[in-house]
Design a protein. Structure first.
Length: 263
């Protein structure tokens, strides 16, 4: 299988390194990643400045590696449309391994998830994977990479729906301490929206985001709750945001007479 890897932590991050090493044992791995950390970049693209691309010496078992000056979304988009040759186009796109969880509504800000979403928007089966821990020991990333190597074999049995990705969060535990795998829904917020107001040495006010972890329990089938029970969370996510069930009611209220009579 040909696999394209990207991330939002940068090409030198421990997570993408571990994933490249493990997956390249059985697959042809190509890497297109940012040249620096681009966490919380969301689904942004570079429009007003050129995107620089440089091919690096291949390492960690990858067939080829490129860095770009762009966002995580740029990496996948330019990788598919401009960098990879036709015979290098992927069967699967994986974004990660992110350092830290991507759960609940936080995925809206996630560069890791947006990377995978960009792949899905172009019709490629795509996965976002995160180490749900702030502990950055290499062994933990290796554990997640080993899980993904097994998962890639299993996912061949899954018919990826169009416009969708799988968002995976693996607890920062040793394999024997994991309580299993849970298919989950997105939970709510993980952190409070709090800011510390401070004053710099020149007397100017600035703010520092300082949200705290929300401790109340989520629904039983949420991704946040699965992590609390030491389970790997796998959440199918779509970028199809149209609320089909609301459309008839909007039509009834807004379209029952000529618009010129009320606007």
């Amino acid at each position: 299988m040909k696999i394209l890897l990207s991330n939002d932590d940068g090409v030198m991050a421990e997570g993408i390194k571990a994933l490249t090493i493990e997956l390249s044992k059985e697959h042809d791995v190509y890497v297109v990643a940012p040249d620096r950390e681009r966490s919380a970049a969301g689904h942004s693209l570079t429009l007003h400045t050129p995107i620089r691309v440089e091919e690096l010496e291949s390492k960690f078992g990858a067939k080829r590696i490129w860095i770009t000056s762009g966002t995580p979304g740029d990496c996948v988009k330019i990788g598919i449309n401009a960098i990879l040759n036709d015979d290098e186009k992927p069967d699967l796109i994986i974004s990660g391994i992110n350092h830290g969880p991507n759960l609940g509504t936080d995925i809206l800000y996630s560069g890791t998830v947006s990377c995978a979403m960009e792949g899905a928007m172009m019709g490629y089966p795509s996965i976002a994977v995160s180490l749900a821990s702030m502990n950055s020991e290499p062994e933990l990333f290796k554990n997640v990479a080993c899980f993904m190597a097994k998962f890639v074999h299993k996912v061949k049995e899954f018919n990826f729906p169009q416009k969708s990705i799988l968002n995976i969060n693996v607890p920062g535990l040793m394999p024997e301490d994991l309580a299993g795998v849970a298919i989950t829904r997105l939970g709510g917020k993980m952190f409070t929206d709090e800011y510390d107001k401070r004053v710099d040495p020149r007397g100017k006010v600035y703010y520092w985001m300082a949200g705290e972890l929300i401790k109340q329990c989520e629904n039983d089938d949420s991704d946040i709750n699965a992590l609390r029970w030491n389970k790997v969370s796998i959440t199918p996510i779509t970028f199809e945001m149209t609320l089909d069930n609301v459309m008839p009611e909007l039509e009834r209220v807004l379209c029952k007479e000529d618009i010129s009579k009320w606007c």
